[in-house]
Design a binder for this molecule. Structure first.
Ligand code: NI
Length: 184
């Protein structure tokens, strides 16, 4: 099932998401998240972006031909815990399915160490770097109620204000179904 994607301005994107009860059957929901993400041509999608305030996100970078490091990077992350972020900060232009048609440079640390479960409740503790780390950092922010635009300068934020209001009203062009909090 393809969900509509929640737009900027919806309070669910600002909530710290809740842990999932261990053992919960997540097969159907994880499938739906992949389906929703693929329908929108995304490489990451967090549960709050479909209105569910729980600690779960999926990533799939396997179709990005210019990013060979991501060729096996398709995973669900359940109850992830960021253990640390380290290394040299680097900048990259990010976007977000909940903030369509806005892309901005965001600086993040190069490496992370993460503890998480997959959708079958197998536990992992793993180090990620480069693009993998960045995608996880962006999605992890979603379950903490944080968005990439939070990292921008206040000047930059002011210049985006009109566009962000339009997005909240659903006044934005997307190729996927959206749920806009201020749509009349
Ligand atoms: Ni996002």
């Amino acid at each position: 099932m393809v969900y509509p994607i929640v737009m900027y301005g919806d309070p669910v994107l600002r909530k710290k998401a809740a842990d999932i009860e261990p053992g919960t059957d997540l097969a159907a929901l994880v499938n739906d998240l992949y389906e929703t993400m693929h329908a929108a041509n995304g490489i990451g999608l967090a549960a709050p972006q479909v209105g569910k305030s729980i600690r779960l996100f999926v990533v799939d970078g396997t179709t990005l031909e210019d990013e060979p490091t991501l060729k096996d990077f398709k995973k669900a992350f359940v109850n992830p815990q960021m253990l640390n972020e380290h290394g040299q900060p680097w900048s990259f232009e990010e976007g977000c399915l909940s903030i369509p048609n806005i892309r901005e440079e965001v600086e993040r640390k190069e490496k992370i160490r993460l503890r998480y479960f997959d959708e079958t409740w197998k536990e992992f503790e793993e180090e990620f770097d480069g693009m993998k780390a960045r995608i996880i950092q962006h999605e992890y922010d979603h379950i903490e109620g944080k968005l990439f635009i939070d990292y921008l300068s206040s000047l930059k934020k002011r210049t985006l204000k009109g566009k962000l209001t339009d997005i909240s009203k659903g006044d934005v062009d997307t190729e996927y179904r959206i749920l806009a909090p201020l749509r009349k």
